[in-house]
Design a binder for this molecule. Structure first.
Ligand SMILES: [Zn+2]
Ligand SMILES: [Zn+2]
Length: 181
């Protein structure tokens, strides 16, 4: 609580001197994703990276929504330490990246991995789609075949019936026409 006054200010100079920077969880910076929405945070705009007094970091729009959601119980979603909306402090992500070359390398690697996964995901999706299409084609052929068989069978039965009627007509010429013509 004694840190509130310092954290409220937007002064960059003071930010650089803030030991809070050291207490940021490295694992979370490495992950580069907002733990609320799991999207990468941005260096500006609505989802700008920001931190709470406890050191946990979030996209601003997400933590803003989160803290407004429960006005009587404003807590960090990760460590449950009480936190007021005004304690949320916007960070300058570009600085964090420049400060950590390893992290930048990791970002590039992750981006490459992400692109690769997207690509392979797409090809798996296409293959599954192709398989489904083939299967549907097969099923449709099968159904068409069955339909043809049924038609043929009905046709044959119809012919058989006709033949029987004709035979009966011959046997009993005085009977009214059984086929209705
Ligand atoms: Zn978010
Ligand atoms: Zn926290």
């Amino acid at each position: 609580m004694e840190d509130n006054r310092r954290i409220e200010t937007e002064d960059h100079q003071e930010f650089e001197e803030d030991e809070g920077m050291e207490s940021l969880n490295r694992g979370e910076i490495d992950s580069l994703f907002c733990p609320i929405c799991f999207e990468a945070w941005t260096s500006g705009g609505e989802h700008q990276i920001c931190c709470l007094p406890c050191g946990h970091i979030y996209g601003f729009s997400c933590i803003n929504k989160w803290l407004k959601r429960s006005p009587n119980c404003r807590k960090c979603p990760q460590c449950k330490k009480l936190c007021k909306l005004k304690d949320v402090r916007v960070l300058y992500a570009a600085r964090l990246c420049v400060a950590d070359e390893e992290l930048q390398k990791r970002v590039i690697t992750l981006e490459a991995e992400c692109a690769y996964l997207k690509q392979s995901h797409k090809s798996v999706y296409e293959r599954v789609l192709e398989e489904m299409r083939n299967e549907m084609d097969e099923k449709s052929m099968e159904l068409k075949g069955k339909f043809r068989e049924i038609c043929e069978e009905m046709d044959a039965r119809h012919k058989l019936n006709e033949a029987r009627c004709e035979a009966l007509e011959k046997m009993f010429p005085e009977m009214p026409n059984m086929r209705g013509n």
